[in-house]
Write a protein that binds this ligand. Structure first.
Ligand code: FES
Length: 216
């Protein structure tokens, strides 16, 4: 095993949404000089803090306080906004840009709902009987339909209607699908890793709880 010091720094909303947590714990336990720092961002989390556990977001000051040496190599993976915050923090902590290696979790930097149309025709009513749930209106597509529990998410309904969409992870992590919610309310079936911007929703992991008007 490597005798180098390895920092494992991970942010998750809560322990239930921490991918590969057990695998990572076991692998880190085999490294003689591993240091673990996990951030949980859910505001209402009721678990004890403790060594290596921090409640709240990873901040620039927090990263500096880790004491990562300036000649360390950093390997980052996450949504673009997270990566740029952490990259800047590491640079301020003295790491050289050439030692900061990144992999964006998410396909696209720009979020511009409504420009990707992979369907073969104009938006249309979804197949089968009209849903009896709240009304879902896709404003740019000029289409209104009823929500149906046949669909796991608003993104699935949009796809069934061939409404232009943009997405990548489909699990509330990358924010590629972020869409302005013009009116109405949704609830998340999978809690996003980070909340979308005010006024936006993530259709890939949400369903309507009232009539909704989406900018799609
Ligand atoms: S597609 Fe990644 S958050 Fe929706």
């Amino acid at each position: 095993h490597s005798s180098r010091t390895v920092w494992w720094v991970h942010t998750a909303r809560d322990p239930g949404q921490q991918p590969f947590a057990e695998e990572a714990r076991q692998l880190l336990a085999r490294l003689p000089h591993a240091r673990v720092c996990i951030y949980y961002t859910a505001p209402d989390l009721e678990i004890a803090g403790g060594p290596g556990i921090t409640h709240g977001r990873m901040t620039s000051d927090g990263i500096r306080e880790l004491g990562i040496p300036a000649d360390a190599h950093a390997y980052l993976c996450g949504p673009e906004s997270f990566m740029s915050t952490v990259t800047s923090a590491l640079q301020r902590a003295g790491l050289s840009s050439s030692n900061i290696h990144t992999e964006v979790f998410g396909a696209l930097a720009a979020i511009n709902p409504g420009i990707t149309h992979t369907g073969s025709g104009p938006p249309h009513q979804p197949p089968g009987p009209r849903g009896t749930g709240p009304s879902v209106t896709f404003a740019r597509s000029g289409l209104s339909t009823g929500w149906s529990e046949r669909y796991a998410t608003l993104l699935e309904l949009a796809e069934a209607c061939e409404v232009p969409t943009r997405w990548s992870c489909r699990t509330g992590v990358c924010h590629t699908c972020a869409t302005p919610l013009l009116t109405g309310q949704v609830e998340y079936t999978t809690q996003p890793l980070e909340d979308p911007a005010s006024g936006e929703v993530l259709p890939c992991c949400s369903i309507p709880t009232t009539d909704v008007l989406l900018d799609l």
